[in-house]
Design a protein around this ligand. Structure first.
Ligand code: ASP
Length: 332
């Protein structure tokens, strides 16, 4: 065995050398969700389970493809969310839930963590991809938040594809509205399984910038004009390179009151909490007010994590260092 002695000069050089970064700059990562709520084993047919997982995987792949070739986290988020908006299995775009008036009103928001630009829309009725609309508003401005008919007008002016409101309607969601009416329940009290399916994505690109996006139909039987947490920056959606990117799903009214995304970011930034703990503590607070749901969080270094207090959350993630994974139940 040979022993090497390091000279004092060499030791000095080594100790002056910068430490390797904990996460190389080239790391990218994405996490997505397709809603949280009552998803118990056996409650989904094997076909539905497989179809949902396939669409979640497609969304992760769409976002990962952007990030892998060095694209921005904003593009990755839009690519992933747009896949889920087009799938009838989720409560966003096609397959969104009905309002009490029997129409579909969509909410979406987008934010990027470098300059902290944001775009949010509520009450969208004819724009095929609400996340693309939120993205356009974020990029072009001049405002951050548009509501009601102004959203679709803005989309038309900017050349975004328009469809009739019926394009988003599915029989499954219409039945859920009928059931709710039969039970004479208010939207706020409705069982979580009829709410399931809000979609969102958070990503970190190779430059180290994070972004978040969320898109939803809201709650079955919601009053026309009702605004949930998803399009509210700091409640259902937030991105800030100093703490990470967050997209939420769950009982919207309570998520607004807890300021879920802002609470997680602030606990990490100002309270020094690890993001997982910050998210878990915030979800516990949601629970203490009688709410349920979950969040996906992308840390500044590319750690994609989940936290939820419901029986399940449709979720997936992938990164430069780990193969895609898709999960549905809490115990997976
Ligand atoms: N948070 C959404 C809303 O209240 C619904 C959901 O995520 O299931 O509009």
């Amino acid at each position: 065995m040979r022993t090497f002695l390091l000279s004092t000069a060499l030791l000095a050089t080594l100790s002056a050398a910068p430490l390797p970064a904990a996460t190389p700059a080239a790391d990218w990562a994405i996490a997505i969700h397709g809603g949280a709520g009552v998803i118990e084993r056996g409650s989904l047919s094997p076909e539905a389970d497989a179809a949902i997982r396939a669409d979640l995987a497609k969304a992760v792949d769409a976002g990962a493809a952007v990030l892998r070739r060095g694209g921005p986290s904003t593009d990755a988020v839009v690519a992933a969310v747009a896949v889920l908006e087009a799938s009838p299995w989720f409560n966003a775009g096609v397959g969104a839930v009905f309002t009490s008036a029997g129409s579909i009103e969509l909410d979406a928001a987008m934010m990027e963590g470098e300059a902290r630009r944001a775009g949010a829309v509520t009450g969208v009725k004819s724009t095929l991809s609400p996340i693309a609309l939120a993205r356009t508003l974020m990029d072009k401005g001049p405002h951050v938040f548009l509501a009601g008919p102004a959203t679709d007008e803005y989309a038309r002016e900017n050349g975004l594809v328009q469809v009739p409101n019926s394009h988003f309607m599915t029989e499954r969601r219409r039945r859920q509205l009928d059931d709710l009416r039969l039970q004479n329940q208010g939207a706020a009290l409705m069982p979580a399984e009829t709410r399931m399916g809000t979609v969102g994505a958070v990503a970190r690109d190779v430059k180290g910038n994070v972004a978040a996006g969320t898109s939803t139909g809201g709650l079955t039987g919601k009053a026309p004009g009702r605004v949930g947490d998803a399009p509210l920056i700091g409640a259902g959606t937030l991105a800030d390179n100093r703490c990470g990117a967050i997209s939420a799903t769950g009982s919207g009214e309570i998520f607004i009151r807890v300021r879920v995304a802002a609470s997680i970011c602030d606990a990490a930034r100002f309270g020094g909490q690890p993001l997982q703990k910050a998210a878990d503590m915030t979800l516990a607070e949601v629970g203490s007010l009688g709410g349920d749901g979950g969040v996906i969080v992308m840390g500044p270094k590319g750690d994609g994590l989940f936290s939820f207090n419901s029986a399940g959350m449709y979720r997936g993630r992938a990164s430069a260092r780990s193969a895609p994974e898709i999960k549905v139940y809490a115990d997976e």
